[in-house]
Design a protein around this ligand. Sequence first.
Ligand code: ZN
Length: 207
Amino acid sequence: MQIIESGLQFEGLWARSETSLIVLHHSASADVTAAEIHKWHRAKGWSGIGYHFVIRKDGSIERGRPQEMIGAHAGAGVNGHSIGICLCGNFMQQLPSGAQLVSLVELVVWLRRYYRAAGGSELEIKLHREVGATQCPGTKFPARQFDGLLQLAMAEEGGEQMEDWKAKIIQQAKDAGLIRDDHHPDEPAPKWFVLTVALNAIKLAKS
Ligand SMILES: [Zn+2]
């Protein structure tokens, strides 16, 4: 996984003392750079971009606010212990791209591993609308499919205690028509497999 550094300048930032949550957002716009969102948020009088990561339509991940600093994305009661990830696009009108979903899964798995290794607890993941009065990240954001993809990816790195869970997830994916070929739960899920599931999930959501 590659994070593209944006080299943005901020007015004044404070470090987070706790990280327990990831909040997902959409940009409610066209495909824009983290630098562009930085300008929008500076224009509101903020220190700079409020999100820590921006995922472009092509799946590339751009850094926004430094990861350990308090963000501005989900309200004062949430920002102090959370990381904000923004996917470019308006998911009131369209679905995220398959590449965006795959990158989101990669980033979330990476962040969870990072904070687990640092001695923290497993990060929770919530949509912005679950922690605030908003429709963000849009009514078309495929929350259930994203959760399925994330569970597949987590199961892959989870080891033996996850075997039953893996088998269950794969059966659910087959039942939902997300995957066609038989996939043995002991096999790691390579990127092409996750991508196929993502693309099928999007086709299913469109139909
Ligand atoms: Zn939001």
